[in-house]
Write a protein that binds this ligand. Structure first.
Ligand SMILES: Nc1nc2c(ncn2[C@@H]2O[C@H](COP(=O)(O)OP(=O)(O)OP(=O)(O)O)[C@@H](O)[C@H]2O)c(=O)[nH]1
Ligand SMILES: [Mg+2]
Length: 201
């Protein structure tokens, strides 16, 4: 366990109106606004947390989902440690657009190894009674597109919101640990004549 705080940048992407700002505000300020305005460009808020003994400052970047704001949001994708792909369970189109959000992120963040990048998928507004996307369907999409964790949230009722951001941190830490493990493997490999230890990267 390290006492040093780690700064992690996570970015919320998804169609306009799915609840990205509401999720960030619920998590950081514990408030919910039923008349929230659309975001223009990007905004960010920080929250400190501890996950599995690691102290983390989470820098949450909330982006404008409306198409007309694309050029304002994309410059902020670079350097993100995790991407939260968000849709609303009562809006089928927002679910069908997840692939384009994923592609937009990979392109503008210039992700070198998309297969190993930590994405987390959030199905928000589960407090709503009329759903257009089932849990099973969303889970299937996550399995097929990179085995991403899937969480169902409600910013309104504060369901799974903290769990979702903690999962984002866990995903980043897991990738980091894997990299450290690989580097250690290579160090050992360099100092020994055996080729074992270079298998994970
Ligand atoms: N019932 C319900 N409404 C929600 C929930 N989350 C957000 N909303 C409402 O949905 C609307 C849109 O929420 P926002 O958080 O502004 O959506 P956004 O994804 O940030 O939208 P853009 O900024 O345009 O990209 C607002 O009226 C919110 O009050 C939720 O979990 N349940
Ligand atoms: Mg917003």
């Amino acid at each position: 366990m390290s006492g040093k705080s780690l700064l992690l940048k996570v970015i919320l992407l998804g169609d306009g109106g799915v609840g990205k700002s509401s999720l960030m505000n619920r998590y950081v300020t514990n408030k919910f606004d039923s008349q929230a305005f659309h975001t223009i460009g990007v905004e960010f808020l920080n929250r400190d947390l501890e996950v599995d003994g690691r102290f983390v400052t989470l820098q949450i970047w909330d982006t404008a989902g409306q198409e007309r704001f694309k050029s304002l949001r994309t410059p902020f994708y670079r350097g993100a440690d995790c991407c939260l792909l968000t849709f609303s369970v009562d809006d089928r189109q927002s679910f069908e657009n997840l692939s384009s959000w994923q592609k937009e992120f990979v392109y503008y963040a210039d992700v070198k190894d998309p297969e190993h990048f930590p994405f987390v998928v959030l199905g928000n507004k589960i407090d709503k009674l009329e759903r257009q996307v089932s849990t099973e369907e969303a889970q299937a999409w996550c399995m097929e597109n990179g085995n991403y964790p899937y969480l169902e949230t409600s910013a309104k009722d504060d369901t799974n919101v903290a769990v979702a951001f903690e999962e984002a941190v866990r995903q980043v830490l897991a990738v980091e640990e894997q990299l450290e493990h690989c580097m250690l493997g290579h160090t050992i490999d360099l100092h020994s004549s055996s080729k074992s230890g270079s298998s994970c990267c």
